[in-house]
Each structure stands twice: as C-alpha cells, then as structure tokens.
Ligand binder design. Structure first.
Ligand code: ATP
Length: 234
C-alpha cells in the first residue's frame, strides 16, 4: 500500500533521514520505533506532504505522492494524528471534528462522519460542546484520532499517540488503534513506547539517527537482543 524508497530529508544542514526504505502492506499495523531524534516524526511529515523530501520516493498505491501538498495526500486517503495531539484548543470538540472533514463538501457526509466518531468515542460525544483545550490529555488524544478519522482514511499515520499519557490511558489508546485497524484502516504507528507498539503491530522497523537498522515481524523485533536492551528495558 505504501512503499518508501531511499528517502532523504535534511533540515538545512541537519540530516534527519539518510535514505530510508520501508513498506506498509494493506491491512497491517506497522510500527516505526526509535529513540528521540531518530527521524520518526520527520518520516510521517514527509508522507503527509507537510515536508517534501530532497530525494527518494513515497509510493502510495503505486503512485509517487512525495511532491503532493498535504490536502491532496488527505484526499488520496492518508491522514495524520500529529505528535503532541495539536487539537485546536479554543474550538469545541465538535468544531475540531468538523475541521478534520474540511475536504468534504456534503453536510450529510460530515454528519455521518461525526456520528461514526462519536460511536467510537462516547466520551467525546458527551463533551461535544466543551473547548478542546479543557479536555484531559487522553481525551485530547482521542479527539486528535477522531479528527483524523473524519476524512475516512485508508492509511492512518499516528505519531507517538502514547506520549505523556498515564499507563491506563496508554492501554486504551493502543486498543483503540487496534480496533481502528480491525475495522479496515491500515496504520503506520510511530512510537517510543516500543513494547506497546510491538504488541499490536505485525511488522516493525527500527530507526536510528535517520537510518533503518533493523526490520522484521513485530515478534522478531521484540525478541531481538539489541532491541530488548535498547528499547524494552531488559
Ligand atoms: P522525537 O520522538 O523526539 O520527536 P523523532 O524520532 O520523531 O524524535 P524527528 O523529530 O524526526 O525525530 O527529528 C529528527 C532530527 O531532525 C533530529 O536531529 C531533530 O533535531 C531534527 N529536527 C527535527 N525538526 C527540526 C527542525 N524543524 N529544524 C531543524 N532540525 C529539526
């Protein structure tokens, strides 16, 4: 479904990605794990069209999307749950969700998408008129996920959904990701919480300072001695 080939990205003189390649098959959850500054967010920003690579290809359903602007990437069926949630804090829950459907013209379609998100996240439904900035961290993460689902993506990019959340909520967010996947959405999951990410993913890649150093099934990666030592605290 998604095939990234030899992707290079630098912020000025800072080399963030030095030729990474990986793929995501339809229906899977693929985890991209790695420490702070490894280039995980940069990878997702390139896929979503918010940054454009200096070289390399990002093929989505066989077509290179690396030069498309973000709204065209959303239109193609990819949406991003950004790091740090980035909800519009002075807007209500409902208004945030409507923002996620900005490419949809039909009111009926927007209403249907809102109902779908509320069915999945009843807590958001109860708080539909609350300002997003006053939600708890977990609720804001749910809103960020809900907002990304408004465009009915085929591929969902999730950037560190567990960041800053209490362990119970981390569990909840990961089971939500699993449910979203089971209902037909492919997921590329970027995480520092390698343990949780590997527990729901089928395949995984380990990114270190802009390069993929390991790849395999989630089970293989979870059992790799280096990974255990560096990322799983063993
Ligand atoms: P984290 O988990 O901390 O977000 P990450 O794996 O997502 O880490 P990136 O945010 O992609 O890593 O950063 C990769 C490299 O690019 C780092 O060295 C970082 O300092 C650098 N970088 C990221 N954003 C910028 C920017 N806007 N300007 C300059 N350098 C940047």
């Amino acid at each position: 479904m998604l095939c990234v080939e030899n992707l290079h990205y630098s912020y000025g003189t800072i080399n963030a990605l030095s030729g990474i390649s990986f793929q995501v098959n339809e229906g899977e959850i693929v985890a991209l794990i790695g420490a702070n500054g490894a280039g995980k967010s940069t990878t997702l920003l390139n896929i979503s069209g918010l940054l454009h690579p200096q070289s390399g290809l990002i093929k989505y359903q066989g077509v290179d999307i690396s030069k498309l602007p973000p709204h065209k990437v959303v239109e193609a069926g990819i949406s991003l749950v950004p790091e740090g949630r980035r909800v519009f804090s002075r807007m209500t829950v409902l208004e945030n969700l409507v923002m996620g459907a900005y490419l949809k013209k039909s009111r009926v379609e927007i209403k249907e998408s809102i109902e779908r998100v509320f069915d999945r996240f009843t807590r958001l439904k109860e708080r539909r008129n609350q300002l997003a900035g006053t939600l708890s961290g977990g609720e804001q993460q749910m809103l960020a996920i809900g907002r990304a689902l408004m465009s009915k993506p085929k591929l969902l990019l999730m950037d560190e959904p567990s960041m800053g959340l209490a362990p119970m909520l981390v569990q909840e967010i990961f089971s939500i990701a699993k449910e979203i996947n089971q209902s037909g959405t492919t997921i590329l999951l970027v995480e520092q919480n390698a343990y949780m990410a590997l527990s729901i993913a089928q395949h995984a890649y380990v990114l270190e300072t802009g390069a993929i150093v390991l790849q395999g099934t989630a089970e293989e990666i979870a059992n790799n001695p280096e990974v255990k030592k560096a990322y799983l605290g063993e």
